[in-house]
Ligand binder design. Structure first.
Ligand code: SAH
Length: 511
């Protein structure tokens, strides 16, 4: 960036149309370096995740009819905040200079002598149609596109639209802020000579998980939109390209498009499952019911890592266990060489991968990804009298150590970490569940089941309307113990296996 570090400074940043992945790299950097982030209604909360945790966030959200803060006040706020010696990121939906009033803000800043930079964004005028399978230009169908504000209909704040010219351009017309005046727009175009059979598509909340599109013709689109209850924010695409949607639509064809899925996991673990579900089109709410903490007593693990050589076998049952073990090992000034003389075993491929990251590649992995599977395999390899260290969650079940003891091993069952339940957001979740706004809930361990139920005040019936998705048989049993039947259980007890299972729930559903 040109003026890195200089203050005051204002970045006028386009955040793109909604999908947080459509923010530019430069936009992300501007948000990340800002002391103050001033943002609008149509900016995804995820975009703001790039801001520093100590950055001040100011919402000036403009709705169509409810200007939370008038433009003059926003201008004054930008000038004042910058003058206080801050780097300000003014973050707007789409592109800041496409009906974003970014030009007015730039004029104010210039008049106040405050340096600024404009970071263009992906405009909804192009991106919302694209996500609905509509190219705004197309060989043989449209050689231009014109972006028009619906407010221009009345010629109040903007110069009136020259309808005769618009109707005769022959290219694509894209209307922003056009929903309130949709029937006027259609009638003006038809009066100016445009064919009533011209294809029209409306894309609401394009690129957001809630994206919705309806199609019609210039003659019937106002009625179609009314019947479907489609409102702002939406773009209206008029022209032959709108008809390409039936062939080119893609996001609506994803297996989980439009499905609202609640992911229950430890806060720092949820994102991989979330991303995998979102890649399939799902609308994900993360409900972190688990937080990973140190065990009640750190001493058993500290002793075990100091005496790692004493064990013929070291067994890990989860990624968290691996991380906690190596954290303690490093804290004791030791490294992976301490395990050189021991056999190492893991439950599941993710645990084995975590070990590999710490340099332990030769690992026995249970053929089944649960404690029983690994215990059975180990019981065959472990010799009577051998010492086995099991490093795992404080609240784990006893199956694995008991089975190893039954095979004659001397087992040290050491708590490497503890899972705590967190109930932030449970009221919203309860309301969503009651209102039927949750299509599925994922469970990636037994503790996600027990903790979620604890957060819901033990009322398992709240979960009966959603498809409950279990990662494996142990988690399924915990659900059944609570009187709940999973809609699906992963064939392979991994995140990928769970996502496949969830996709299969709605396979073949008409779209
Ligand atoms: N600067 C923005 C436009 C701001 S005007 C841009 O470049 O996209 C606000 C209007 O933009 C809304 O009324 C709607 O017509 C359109 N809009 C913004 N985001 C949208 C989205 N995700 N899907 C459809 N239309 C959107």
């Amino acid at each position: 960036m040109t003026r890195a570090g200089s203050k005051p400074f204002v970045y006028l940043v386009g955040a793109g149309p909604g999908d947080p992945g459509l923010l530019t790299l430069k936009g992300r950097d501007a948000i990340a370096c800002a002391d103050v982030v001033v943002y609008d209604r149509l900016v995804s909360p995820r975009t703001l995740d790039h801001a520093r945790s100590d950055a001040v966030r100011v919402y000036v959200g403009k709705g169509p009819r409810c200007h939370t803060m008038p433009q003059e006040e926003i201008n004054a706020l930008l000038v004042r905040t910058a003058r206080e010696g801050n780097v300000v990121a003014r973050v707007k939906g789409g592109d800041p200079f496409v009906f974003g009033r970014g030009g007015e803000e730039a004029e104010e800043l210039r008049a106040a002598g405050i340096p600024y930079e404009v970071v263009p964004g992906v405009t909804s005028a192009v991106a919302a149609p694209a996500y609905a399978g509509i190219p705004v230009t197309h060989r043989g169908a449209s050689s231009s596109f014109t972006v028009i504000t619906g407010h221009g209909c009345v010629g109040k704040d903007e110069p009136a639209v020259p309808w005769e010219h618009a109707a005769r351009l022959g290219g694509t017309l894209v209307f922003l802020m056009g929903m309130e005046r949709l029937s006027d727009i259609a009638e003006n175009l038809m009066s100016a000579g445009m064919d009533g059979a011209t294809p029209v598509a409306i894309v609401r909340l394009g690129t957001w998980p809630e994206q919705r599109a309806v199609e019609g013709t210039l003659g019937d689109i106002a009625q179609v939109a009314r019947d479907a209850g489609v409102e702002n924010p939406a773009v209206v695409v008029v022209g032959q390209v709108a008809a390409l949607r039936s062939r080119l639509q893609w996001i609506e064809r994803k297996p989980l498009f439009g499905k609202r899925i609640v992911v229950t996991r430890a806060r720092h673990q949820a994102s991989r499952l979330t991303r995998a579900l979102e890649a399939q089109g799902a609308q994900v709410t993360e409900f972190p019911v688990i937080e990973i903490a140190s065990p009640s007593s750190a001493e058993p693990l500290a002793w075990a890592v100091r005496h790692a050589e004493a064990y013929q076998w070291i067994v890990f049952t989860s990624v968290n266990g691996v991380e906690a073990f190596f954290g303690a090992l490093n804290a004791a000034g030791r490294d992976a060489r301490a395990l050189a003389g021991s056999e190492v075993a893991a439950i599941g491929p993710a645990t084995a991968a975590a070990l590999a990251r710490h340099g332990i590649a030769q690992v026995e992995v249970g053929s089944e990804f649960c404690a029983e599977g690994l215990a059975e395999a180990l019981a065959k390899s472990v010799q009577p009298g051998q010492r086995v260290l099991v490093a795992r969650a404080q609240e784990s079940r006893d199956v694995l150590p008991r089975m190893l003891e039954a095979a004659g091993a001397q087992v040290d069952d050491v708590a490497a970490y503890r899972t705590l339940s967190v109930d932030a957001g449970s009221l919203e979740l309860e309301a969503d569940l009651r209102a039927g706004r949750v299509d599925a809930v994922t469970f990636t361990s037994s503790s996600t089941v027990t903790n979620l139920l604890a957060c819901l005040g033990g009322d398992a019936s709240l979960l009966k309307g959603a498809a409950l998705c279990s990662i494996g048989p142990i988690t399924t049993n915990t659900l059944r113990d609570a009187g709940l039947e999973p809609a699906v259980q992963a064939d392979e007890y991994t995140i990928e296996g769970l996502v496949d299972a969830i996709c299969s729930l709605w396979e073949g559903e008409a779209r």
